[in-house]
Each structure stands twice: as structure tokens, then as C-alpha cells.
Write a protein that binds this ligand. Structure first.
Ligand code: ATP
Ligand code: ZN
Ligand code: MG
Length: 307
């Protein structure tokens, strides 16, 4: 992992060769080494320690969520290309025989599956909003959550930083516009400081989501004009196009209105979330400090191994 291997494909190959990631036959689905996992665990502990004074409520959702929730959230309007829905066989014996026959003939046996009520979670915060709304009015001081989830996005790639299944740790604030904006500001600062203590080069920049289709261009421009999304970028597979490792999103009152998240006086809540891409941060560490975590700079080891 030297300067010569600064592109997606060769970085992926060197991660395989060094036993950091393991191939599964599908781009974007990899096994992780024990050391890779340990780096993620330690980084998560640093994040949790940074957020500890804010006393967030911690919730760990599974990697699947209610399909109805995903539908109502508007995800299919903006990112139909990334969504994944779980399908299962629900037929009887005749359909089963048909299914086995189709498999034997190399046909598309998945036609005999039907969509279940479960969709794969595309971002850690999606299952949160209806869960909070069901608990009644939001208190005046707002609510803060710390989440962790495996997430799925159908974006197969040779870029090791673009996985199909990856983990996100998020802080989510639900409150007034002012509360959630100052929450986001504080994490823009804390997130950058954290990455800098790991001796990783980074910059924060305005960003937009990859909204689908022609209408998507307008939504992306709108998101940029209003400064709704920022990313902390670290060069992982390219210096010219650094990778978004943390993101800072202000949703205005979108989720508040969608889910009826309100204060006691009936005003809709605003929300913001800060997402840490755990695999991306680990990959940045291996990319910049080398394949052998035992040989990482002492200052970096001191920080990660202090927790
Ligand atoms: P990108 O622009 O690179 O596609 P994104 O804008 O889609 O990133 P977000 O939707 O903000 O990313 O997701 C939150 C965080 O999850 C990102 O900051 C990133 O660290 C991580 N992430 C997003 N997509 C992937 C992926 N395919 N593989 C690994 N991590 C990802
Ligand atoms: Zn989020
Ligand atoms: Mg993306």
C-alpha cells in the first residue's frame, strides 16, 4: 500500500493480499480480518467517548427495517437505484417443485419469491424517526440518539470504499432548527478534530446526495444551495477524488413532517444526523499508515489503543 497503488482496483488487491479483506465473489461484499474489526471497534469507542457528554440514547437496529417505513420515508423517490428489499418463497408444494425445476434449468427461480415486509436499511437513521414519533411529543430540549447499523446500498464497485454492506455509526438530533444546526456545527468540528488525531489528511466540503433521474439534478442543486449536506473527505483510492468518510446532514423538517414528529405545542421538529462510515475510516487508516496495524505510527496507536 504505497503511493504507486493509489487507485481502487490495486488498493482492493493489496487489501486481499495482506489478508485485511477477504473476497466473496461479489464486488462490495467482503470478509473482514480480526485486525480490521478491532480497528473499527476502537474507532467506535473514540466516537462514543467524544459524544458521551451529550448523553445520547443508544439504539442498535438490525440491518433490516420495515419496508413500509422505507416507503413512507420517500427513499424510493430519491434513491430507487440503491434500495434493497428482502424477498422470500411463500408458495406451496407445487410452486416448490416448479422452483426446483427452474433452478435445475438455469431459469430465473426468483420469480417465485415475493417481497417480504423487510427492506434492507440504507442508512442507520431511517428506522429511528417512526420509532421516536410513536413515543409522543418531543421535549423542548430535543432528543439525541446514537445509532449503529449495517447498511445496504446496491452500488457494486471495485472501489473497496464503496461496499454494498457496510456499517454506519450515527448521531441524530431531533429538535428545533436552531438546536439541530448547532448540533451539526459541533460535530463538524469534533469529527474533523478526531480524524486529525489519527493523522489522516482531510477536508470538509459541501456535498449532495446522488438523487435519481432528471429531477434529481435539481434536488442535488437545491441541497447544495441550502448547505444541507457536508462531508469530511479523506483520500483513500484517489487524491483528486477523496472519499466521504463522515457526513453531516440537515434534513430541515422533512422527517418531522413525514413522521409527525412534533413538540407539545404542535410545531414540527427539525432533524440532523452525523454519519461515520466505519469501513471507510478503517480503510483510510490502513491506506495511510500501512497494512500492519502493529507498525502504525505511535501517536496513532496511542489514540486508538487508549480506548
Ligand atoms: P458517497 O458520496 O461516497 O456515495 P454518500 O453521500 O452516499 O457517500 P451518505 O449517504 O452520507 O454517503 O452515508 C453516510 C456515510 O456512510 C458516508 O459518509 C460514508 O462514510 C458511508 N458510506 C456511504 N456509502 C458507502 C458505501 N457504499 N460503502 C461504505 N461506506 C459508505
Ligand atoms: Zn442519517
Ligand atoms: Mg452514495
Amino acid at each position: 500500500m504505497d503511493a504507486k497503488t493509489f487507485d481502487s482496483k490495486s488498493l482492493l488487491d493489496s487489501l486481499f493480499e495482506n489478508g485485511i479483506l477477504f473476497e466473496s465473489g461479489i464486488d462490495g461484499l467482503y470478509g473482514r480480518s480480526g485486525t480490521f474489526e478491532e480497528v473499527i471497534e476502537r474507532f467506535e469507542r473514540l466516537v462514543t467517548r467524544l459524544g458521551a457528554p451529550d448523553k445520547a440514547t443508544r439504539i442498535h437496529f438490525p440491518p433490516g427495517m420495515s419496508r413500509a417505513t422505507l416507503e413512507k420515508s420517500g427513499y424510493m423517490k430519491s434513491f430507487p437505484q440503491l434500495a434493497g428489499c428482502v424477498h422470500s418463497f411463500m408458495g406451496g408444494e407445487p410452486e416448490h417443485a416448479q422452483l426446483l425445476g427452474m433452478m435445475a434449468d438455469g431459469g430465473d427461480w426468483t420469480e417465485l419469491q415475493k417481497a417480504t415486509d423487510v427492506a434492507l436499511t440504507p442508512a442507520a437513521c431511517y428506522p429511528l424517526y417512526p420509532t421516536v414519533a410513536a413515543r409522543g411529543p418531543v421535549p423542548a430540549q430535543g432528543l439525541l440518539f446514537e445509532l449503529s447499523s449495517y447498511c445496504f446500498r446496491h452500488e457494486p464497485s471495485k472501489d473497496p470504499a464503496r461496499m454494498q454492506l457496510f456499517r454506519m455509526r450515527e448521531f441524530v438530533m431531533i429538535g428545533t432548527a436552531e438546536q439541530v444546526r448547532s448540533f451539526r456545527e459541533s460535530w463538524l468540528k469534533r469529527g474533523k478534530e478526531l480524524i486529525e488525531t489519527l493523522d489522516l489528511p482531510c477536508e470538509v466540503d459541501l456535498a449532495n446526495d446522488p438523487f435519481f433521474g432528471r429531477g434529481g439534478k435539481m434536488m442535488a442543486n437545491n441541497q447544495r444551495d441550502q448547505g444541507l449536506k457536508f462531508e469530511l473527505l479523506i483520500p483513500v483510492t484517489s487524491i483528486e477524488k477523496p472519499t466521504a468518510c463522515l457526513s453531516f446532514n440537515y434534513h430541515q423538517d422533512h422527517f418531522g413532517r413525514t413522521w409527525g414528529l412534533k413538540f407539545a405545542d404542535g410545531a414540527f421538529c427539525h432533524s440532523a444526523c452525523v454519519g461515520f462510515g466505519l469501513e471507510r475510516v478503517a480503510l483510510a487508516l490502513f491506506r495511510h499508515h500501512g497494512p500492519d496495524a502493529d507498525a502504525w505510527p505511535a501517536a496513532v496507536r496511542d489514540v486508538l489503543w487508549s480506548v
